[in-house]
Design a protein around this ligand. Sequence first.
Ligand code: ATP
Ligand code: MG
Length: 392
Amino acid sequence: MKEIILCKYGEIVLKGANRGQFESALVKDMKYRLQSFGSFSVRNVQSTMTIEPLDDFCDLDGAFEAACRVFGISGVVRAAVAEKNMESILETVKSYIPQFLVGKKTFKVEAKRSDKLFPLSSPEISKLAGAAVLSACPRMRVNVHDPEITVRVEVRDRAAYVHAGQFKGAGGLPVGTNGKGLLLLSGGIDSPVAGWMMAKRGVRLEALYFESMPYTSEQARQKVLDLAALVARWSGSMQLHIISLTDIQEKLVKACDEEYFTLLLRRYMMELANRVAEKFSCEALITGESLGQVASQTMQALAVTNMMARYPVFRPLIGMDKDEIVQISRRIDTFETSILPFEDCCTVFTPRHPKTRPVPARVEEQEAKLPFAELCDAAMETLQTFYIKAKF
Ligand code: ATP
Ligand code: MG
């Protein structure tokens, strides 16, 4: 019996005229991602992507997990292939389906026939397939209204597919269909999640990390490189830019009132992010800010940083609780890396009493104590760019 992977497209099915283009782009992306799992034939058939192993050496589990990380695909399921006749379909149901019924009591069968030349109707196929399940697992009961598991039979152009696994899938829109954004990536829990959420909406990512050596360590940098690589498993390969804030931070500490220190630093970050976005043709900035989470994320503090931005700033976590963010970070596999205990530049020279309701004019007064543009020019000179190649 041959097993394949079926992928259902998500929101792109609403895309009208461009839909075909999106589907072929996804097929191409999938082929690329599956390279390290063996030889597969990836095809787009009647708005479903089929992933078929071409020999016995393919890692179907690995391919399945990789397919579940492709944005634009909302449902991924493993299926057994049957010939397009009832005998073969029923044989396949009997041999393939029982493994999915372990621990379950009730089921129903849903049949779909996109090949209208197939001699039986969908209800007829369902009925026969249901009987086949019962003959293989006599303790099962049919429950069409609230079954614990649904067995599906799809009769398509080349073959029939039988499956009962749970649909997984990343959802969202194919990466690259919604422009390119610059993710301000720190080593924390939030910003990788923010990047993932925007990639899910089709945004291609570049990342920008500010470090402050020797106050921040080589490990802190490695941690951010690792986080970028983990996000890239979903979003695809990306560039990661690193800028040193050491000089700016040392000068800020000497020249400005302590309570404004974090706010001023965040304004420098915004300005530098503008410049990097400009240089690398990004169309938006992305941060992991969440309203009220820390002093620099009150509405007034966000306003003071936001003033510096010359691009739209996407803050996909703005209305989320920490628990919700942690949940996503576990799901996307960044959590364990995010919680490694290395200093971020924001935690160096943290004020004891940061301003939580800053007044823009006061912030600007403080900022004027240093040559803002000049310091940004100098910081841009420290820019280094790394290519983060995705390991799917
Ligand atoms: P995170 O968990 O992402 O570190 P946080 O809760 O620690 O966020 P802040 O440190 O206030 O919050 O940072 C808010 C946002 O600013 C981050 O989510 C990130 O987008 C950006 N940011 C903070 N520090 C850095 C940094 N060192 N390099 C790049 N971006 C940063
Ligand atoms: Mg942080």
